[in-house]
Design a protein around this ligand. Structure first.
Ligand code: NAP
Ligand code: 8YV
Length: 325
């Protein structure tokens, strides 16, 4: 009998089919529409020892599962999981870092180019027959030439974005809560200082209380009228009303957004902004990378229940003791 045979894993809401397949082959699986204890029987709540999730997991849900040991979350960002509470309740939380870093950085550069050079609009011009009827697409005001790029969140993905920006020949600076050792880019201790000293701000910061609406009217004003803002981190880090206003009144020149505060709903003010390039959260969305993320979700569960190990614990649960198997 395998170590996983008598272990029950909950899969609430949607999860990548490759993760569902690998988990279902080895564990007993319980599914529910969302992570809501009222959707589970008393017997299920008592049996569940692990969860594989892409949805919100709050403190009440963690507390309602007396034998929960581990929450394996799909995605590197885990702001949908109350990891602090999990840590204090002795529940391990894992995420999927590294395997998506280069993919998301590629997307960030694509979004930056789309925003500055209006490439989606130029393609729409061709497809609408305007090249034939009206001639060349108008020259773009925006260019990457001469720009200076600031990165909000110089972590794994931020550094991969920076490496790409270096190849574009542009100077780089950044803001984190603390400077990163071993990098030469200019550090600014506040986001508004960073925005004041660059004209292109790329945000790849995580969501959560410490970054909530950090990109606000003051930061956008500091970026200035030639300013380009790209967000591929989390929508919650932006005051979206302030951004829509800054795009409409010329406080900044343009924005490229892959993430929104209330996905999949995009505020009307951003939808109607001609100077915004919008993507439906596709940063990591390739077959290759999503499969690697799904594997890491499953691998964390196997490591925990077979060997008493964990591969990619989040910071808040690093001190949760490993089980003896
Ligand atoms: P990471 O390595 O943990 O990097 C996060 C960086 O943000 C760190 O350098 C951290 O530095 C900084 N940071 C965190 N809180 C901050 C705060 N309050 N103020 C200033 N800086 C702060 O994570 P990653 O792997 O690069 O991923 C970053 C985020 O990208 C994820 O959390 C996720 O939200 C987003 N993401 C989006 C997509 C997409 O599809 N659009 C895909 C993957 C990831 P300090 O701790 O020193 O402050
Ligand atoms: C995923 C992401 O699309 O990893 C993250 O933090 O934002 C994306 O890679 C997302 O987590 C899945 O919904």
């Amino acid at each position: 009998m395998a170590a996983t045979d008598d272990v029950t894993i909950l899969i609430p809401g949607k999860l990548h089919p490759h993760a569902v397949g690998r988990i279902s082959e080895a564990f007993n699986v319980v599914t529910a529409e969302r992570a809501d204890p009222t959707l589970l029987s008393d017997d299920e709540r008592a049996r569940i020892r692990g969860a594989a999730v892409m949805t919100r997991v709050d403190a009440a849900f963690i507390d309602a599962l007396p034998n929960l040991e581990i929450v394996a979350s799909f995605g590197v960002g885990y702001d949908h999981v109350d990891a602090k509470h999990a840590g204090s309740a002795g529940v391990m939380v894992t995420n999927t870092p590294d395997v998506l870093t280069e993919e998301v950085a590629d997307t960030a550069l694509g979004l930056l180019l789309n925003t500055v050079r209006e490439l989606p609009k130029a393609e729409a011009w061709l497809r609408a027959g305007k090249w034939v009827k009206d001639g060349n697409y108008p020259l773009t005001r925006g260019t990457l030439r001469g720009r200076s790029v600031g990165i909000f969140g110089l972590g794994r993905i931020g550094q991969a974005i920076a490496r790409r920006i270096e190849a574009f020949g542009l100077p780089i600076s950044y803001h984190n809560r603390r400077p990163v050792e071993g990098v030469d880019y200019t550090y600014y201790p506040t986001l508004v200082d960073l925005a004041r000293n660059v004209d292109t701000l790329v945000s790849i910061a995580p969501g959560g209380a410490s970054t909530e609406k950090a990109i606000n009217a003051e930061v956008l004003a500091a970026l200035g009228s030639n300013g380009v803002f790209v967000n591929i981190g989390r929508g919650s880090t932006v005051d979206e009303d302030a951004l829509a206003k800054a795009l409409a009144d010329g406080t900044i020149m343009a924005a490229g957004l892959d993430v929104f505060a209330d996905e999949p709903n995009v505020p009307e003010g951003l939808l109607k902004a001609e100077n915004a390039s919008l993507l439906p959260h596709v940063g990591s969305a390739t077959v290759h990378t999503r499969q690697a993320m799904a594997d890491l979700v499953a691998d964390n569960l196997f490591a925990w229940f077979e060997r008493g190990e964990v591969m990619t614990p989040v910071a808040e649960t690093r001190d949760v003791p490993l089980p003896t198997r």
